[in-house]
Write a protein that binds this ligand. Structure first.
Ligand code: UDP
Length: 486
């Protein structure tokens, strides 16, 4: 069974009659098992059974009749149970009409199937949050349908294999948690390796270890002891008198002093967030450990690693046995999909769900420039941050090092951060006061929903790590499904 792309419901009586005739013909043929035949085919869909016509509104009646005629002839000739008319169908029939949006009658068939099977949960988004919820609900015997607008599952933890290397297609993901139960939970779905994230920061031609620790300070100031480092930092911030840091700049300065801030934080942060450090919340930098020991582990968490064979497998395992429809944009098919389940778990953007009616929440988007290089080892580390504001990208990821890869070639991704605009992939919510306030208003709307629940990084407008996503999803499961055995 294939998937549909776009749909517009028949609006005029004429369209309704026509489409019900076409659908009946289609359905008849389907029941006759002749669904493989097509008049025109569009290979990229790889569909088997569908009828598609385009731009009903814009098509003249004569064209409708030609479509119908073509379909009926094909059926009578036993040539086709499916008539697919290309987007440029007008050219095929030698008219110059501009044909508009697609009406995919295949959907009627899908619809039929969907409607006859009422689901307990419709889960919008096949990312980590949706997958955890679907997995738990399925275990409790709930019937779930997962719809995903991309052509793959996994959300932003999706990995694509390139010559044996798991490429983190939507940015590097390193699993880390302090919660033993979350670590055990995720280990049901994959074996994790012993990767420890130890990024290197490059400022001009100087290389420093991250997070900020004695290796960083020793390189920065040529010192050896923790006390020397503490004294230098104290000296650099003495005249600033920061009691309670009000923003990221004050937070960073008070933690590590001016040199580290200027060389390793300011440029990187302003590139990543596209905002002055004084306009950013302090909590962003609190994510990073600060240590006065020689320890380059980027995280303080007890458990850490990368799933052997990539993250996609985790989500695949979670969704095993659950019905998934890819390439389905819930918001574009709201009318048809709203009724298929008793409840909806929505993991997309909360402001988009409400058609931005209270205002647009800000996100940062990321563009990845990924290339495969004919060399074994490009940068000697999985993550190198470019903290100099003159370099346009924030970091380069060399994916093979997450799994200690020995392949003869390597794949790198340069990461460019930019402001999100409608149509881009949203990555990071910008949790400043304006956006948090707006989100609160959306949350109030969401709280009034009777059958829709919001979750995940986009549904909850949170800068979440993966363990927090799983925790939040399990919390939702507990509320919805009762105790979940973890
Ligand atoms: N950060 C920085 N310099 C670095 C790395 C991180 O100043 O070399 C700051 C920056 O403000 C960033 C924050 O720390 O937004 C969190 O970084 P993290 O690596 O956790 O971001 P993520 O991996 O989630 O993109």
């Amino acid at each position: 069974m294939g998937f549909w792309t776009r749909v517009r419901l028949p609006s005029t009586p004429f369209e309704r009659v026509l489409e019900s005739v076409m659908f009946s013909a289609f359905f008849f043929c389907y029941t006759q098992g002749r669904q493989n035949l097509q008049v025109c085919s569009r290979q990229e869909y790889g569909w088997r059974s569908f009828v598609i016509i385009h731009g009903c509104k814009l098509i003249r009646r004569t064209v409708y009749i030609k479509i119908l005629f073509q379909m009926v002839t094909a059926i009578i000739d036993k040539k086709a149970a499916c008539v697919m008319l290309e987007k440029d169908y007008n050219r095929n029939i030698e008219t110059n009409q501009n044909i508009g949006n697609a009406v995919d009658i295949g959907l009627y068939h899908q619809w039929e199937v969907i409607n006859s099977m009422k689901y307990d949960y419709l889960i919008v988004g096949a990312g980590l949050y949706g997958a955890v919820f679907a997995y738990e609900a399925n275990r409790k015997g709930k019937k779930c349908l997962v719809v995903e607008k991309r052509d793959h599952i996994g959300g932003n933890i999706y990995c694509e294999e390139i010559h044996g290397i798991q490429v983190h297609k939507y940015g590097a993901h390193i699993f880390h948690t302090s919660e033993k139960n979350i670590w055990d939970y995720v280990n049901q779905f994959a074996e994790f390796n012993n990767y420890i994230n130890s990024p290197v920061a490059r400022y001009q031609d100087e290389l420093y270890n991250l997070p900020f620790n004695m290796n960083t300070f020793s390189k920065m100031w040529g010192i050896t002891t923790p006390q020397e480092a503490k004294d230098i930092i104290a000296g650099q911030i003495a005249d600033l008198n920061i009691r309670e840091p009000k923003n990221l700049e004050e937070q960073a300065l008070s933690l590590v002093g001016r040199d580290v801030y200027e060389k390793l934080i300011k440029g990187y942060t302003e590139k990543q967030w596209g905002r002055d450090c004084r306009e950013l919340p302090a909590f962003i930098i609190k994510r990073l450990p600060l240590r006065f020991v020689y320890d380059n582990n980027y995280f303080n968490d007890r458990y850490q690693g990368i799933p052997v064979g990539g993250y996609t497998k985790i989500v695949e395992k979670m969704l095993n046995g659950i019905e998934i429809r890819l390439n389905v944009d819930y918001l574009a098919h709201r009318q048809e999909l709203e009724g298929v389940a008793d409840k909806i778990i929505y993991t997309g953007m909360i402001d988009q769900f409400y058609d931005y009616k209270l205002g647009v929440l800000e996100y940062r988007s990321v563009r990845f420039e990924t290339e495969e290089l004919a060399m074994e080892n490009y940068q000697g580390n999985a993550v190198v941050n470019y903290t100099d504001s003159k370099i346009p990208y924030t970091r380069i990821i060399e994916h093979k090092h997450f799994e200690f890869g020995q392949q003869p070639t390597t794949v790198i991704s340069r990461e460019y951060s930019r402001e999100w605009k409608k149509g881009d992939e949203p990555y990071y919510p910008v949790n400043n006061d304006r956006n948090n306030g707006l989100y609160e208003q959306y949350r109030e709307l969401a709280a009034q929903e009777k059958k829709v629940m919001f979750g995940g990084r986009l549904g909850g407008y949170q800068y979440y790590d993966m363990d927090k996503v799983i925790m939040a999803a399990l919390e939702m499961c507990r509320k919805e499904l009762g105790n979940c055995n973890m």
